[in-house]
Design a protein around this ligand. Structure first.
Ligand code: APR
Length: 258
C-alpha cells in the first residue's frame, strides 16, 4: 500500500473515531463491485442512454395501468441493468459498513441505491431514499409490501389497507421522496457530526443536499470515490479508489487502533 494511501486511511480513521454520530450517504458506485453499473461516469447507464425524463412520474400518474403493463412485460427498465440487479450480491464494501455499524461507529446508512444490498449484507439502520426494488408502495397511505405479497391480477393493483393505487417502491424521476423516508434522512443528517460520501456523484437532489446541510452544521465530510465529484470540493478529505477495496482497509485501520 502506498504511503499516501496509508496516510489518507489513517486520517479518515482518525475522523471516524472522533465522530460522535457518523452516517454514510451511499450512491451507485458502492454497487459497481457487485456487478451493477453506475448511472454516471465511466460505464454509466445514463452516460450511454442520456438522463431519463423528469416526467416519468407524471406519465405514471396519467396512466398507472400502462406503467404496470410495461412492468409485467419487462419493458419498463433497461434490460442489462435489471438483470445485473437480479444477480447482484453484497460486495466487501457493504460488509465493511455492517462491521462499522456493529462496532458502533456507523449510526446510519442513507442509500440512493434500490438494490437492497445493504440489508442483504446485514446493515440494520438503513434509509432507502430512492426506495427498494423488491418492495411495492401504496401511493395513498405509503404502506410498503414485499413485491410478491401483492397479487398482480388487476392492473394497477390496489392497497389491501386503504384501496389506494400501488406502485413500485422505487422513486421515479419527478416523484417526491416519500415523506417518511425523507424525514429519516433529514433527521440523520441533522444528528451527524461526520458523513461518509461513498460512490455518489452528488448531483441528484434532495440526496445531494444532505452533505451540504451536514457541512453547514459543522459536520466533517470524507469521500470515497474513483473520481472527483460535485461534492469533492466540500470534503475534508477525498480518497480516490473503489469502495469495495478502501472500506475494508479502513475497517482494518480502525481495528488496529481499538
Ligand atoms: N467505488 C467508488 N466509487 C465509484 C465506483 C467504485 N467502485 N465506481 C463508480 N464510482 C463513482 C463514480 O465516479 C460516480 O461518482 O460512483 C459515482 C456514481 O454516480 P451515479 O452513477 O450518478 O450514482 P448516484 O450518485 O447514486 O446517482 C444518484 O441518480 O439516476 C439516479 O436514482 C438514481 O440513485 C440514483 C441517483
Amino acid at each position: 500500500m502506498s504511503e499516501l494511501l496509508q496516510r489518507d486511511l489513517s486520517y479518515v480513521a482518525d475522523i471516524m473515531l472522533r465522530c460522535r454520530y457518523l452516517v454514510a450517504l451511499v450512491g451507485a458506485g458502492m454497487s459497481v463491485e457487485s456487478g451493477v453499473p453506475p448511472f454516471r461516469g465511466p460505464g454509466g447507464v445514463w452516460t450511454r442512454l442520456g438522463e431519463p425524463s423528469m416526467r416519468a412520474y407524471d406519465q405514471f400518474l396519467a396512466d398507472p395501468k400502462a406503467w404496470w403493463e410495461r412492468r409485467v412485460q419487462g419493458t419498463d427498465s433497461v434490460p442489462e441493468f435489471r438483470e445485473a440487479l437480479e444477480r447482484a450480491i453484497p460486495n466487501p464494501g457493504h460488509y465493511a459498513l455492517v462491521e462499522l455499524e456493529e462496532m458502533g461507529l456507523l449510526k446510519y446508512v442513507i442509500t440512493q441505491n434500490i438494490d437492497n444490498l445493504h440489508r442483504a449484507a446485514g446493515s440494520k439502520s438503513v434509509a432507502e431514499i430512492h426506495g427498494n426494488r423488491f418492495k411495492l408502495r401504496c401511493m395513498e397511505c405509503s404502506a410498503r409490501f414485499p413485491r410478491e405479497d401483492i397479487p398482480i391480477i388487476t392492473l394497477p393493483p390496489f392497497c389491501p389497507h386503504c384501496g389506494g393505487i400501488v406502485k413500485g417502491d422505487g422513486v421515479m424521476f419527478g416523484e417526491p421522496i416519500p415523506p417518511d423516508v425523507l424525514e429519516t434522512c433529514q433527521e440523520q443528517t441533522y444528528l451527524c457530526d461526520g458523513m461518509l460520501l461513498l460512490g455518489t456523484s452528488g448531483v441528484v437532489y434532495p440526496a445531494a443536499a444532505l452533505p451540504r446541510i451536514a457541512k453547514e452544521r459543522g459536520a466533517i465530510l470524507a469521500e470515497i470515490n474513483t473520481d472527483d465529484t460535485a461534492l469533492t470540493g466540500l470534503c475534508d478529505i477525498s480518497l480516490r479508489g473503489a469502495t469495495g477495496l478502501l472500506l475494508p482497509l479502513l475497517v482494518q485501520e480502525i481495528k488496529s487502533r481499538i
